[in-house]
Design a protein around this ligand. Structure first.
Ligand SMILES: [Zn+2]
Length: 162
C-alpha cells in the first residue's frame, strides 16, 4: 500500500468519534513501516494493548477501524486468522469493532479473529513466521492470497459500517 500520513490515518476512522480519532495512538515510526509489504496497517496501542487499530485503503479511500483486542483465544490451542487464514499455534485474538454511527452508540459491534499483532500482510508474504504448521499448504499464488486477505478486510469494514 502507499504510505499514509498521520493526518490521513486519523481522518480514516469510521467507528469512533473524531475526538477519539484525534487522540488515539498512531505509530510513531510511520516512515519505517514496511509499506510495500502491507495490505493494511495494523497496530496495538503500546500503552494500552487492549486497543488495536486497522487502516486499509478500500476503493482508493483510507478506512480505519478502532478495535478492542482480546488476548489469544482462550482454550484454543490454535486459531486461524479470519483475514489472512494464517493459523497461530498460540491462538489468534478476538478483535471487536463497535459499529459505525448509531448502531455503535447502541452498543452493537462486530467481532473477528485476527492475527494478534495485526501483521497479516507479513505472514501472507512469509516475512514473519507464525510457528510450525502455521500455514496450510495451498496452491494459491501470493497475489491470490493477498487478494483474499483484502477481500476479507473489506468485508469486515463493510460489516462495521453497514
Ligand atoms: Zn492474519
Amino acid at each position: 500500500m502507499n504510505p499514509l500520513s498521520e493526518r490521513e490515518i486519523r481522518a480514516a476512522f469510521v467507528n469512533c468519534t473524531k475526538g477519539a480519532a484525534k487522540r488515539l495512538a498512531v505509530p510513531r515510526d510511520l516512515a519505517d513501516q514496511p509499506w510495500d509489504d502491507l495490505d493494511y496497517l495494523g497496530w496495538r496501542d503500546p500503552q494500552s494493548p487492549g486497543r488495536a487499530y486497522l487502516v486499509a485503503v478500500l476503493d482508493g479511500r483510507p478506512r480505519g477501524l478502532a478495535l478492542r483486542a482480546g488476548s489469544a483465544a482462550s482454550g484454543a490451542r490454535s486459531g486461524m486468522c479470519s483475514m489472512c487464514l494464517t493459523t497461530h499455534p498460540g491462538g489468534v485474538s478476538l478483535m471487536v469493532a463497535p459499529k459505525a454511527g448509531k448502531a455503535g452508540q447502541q452498543g452493537n459491534s462486530v467481532g473477528a479473529y485476527i492475527c494478534g499483532d495485526l501483521a497479516c500482510s507479513l505472514y501472507v508474504r512469509g516475512k514473519k513466521a507464525a510457528g510450525p504448521g502455521a500455514r496450510l499448504h495451498e496452491s494459491l499464488t501470493l497475489e491470490e492470497k493477498i487478494a483474499r486477505t483484502m477481500t476479507n478486510v473489506a468485508a469486515f469494514v463493510d460489516k462495521v459500517t453497514a
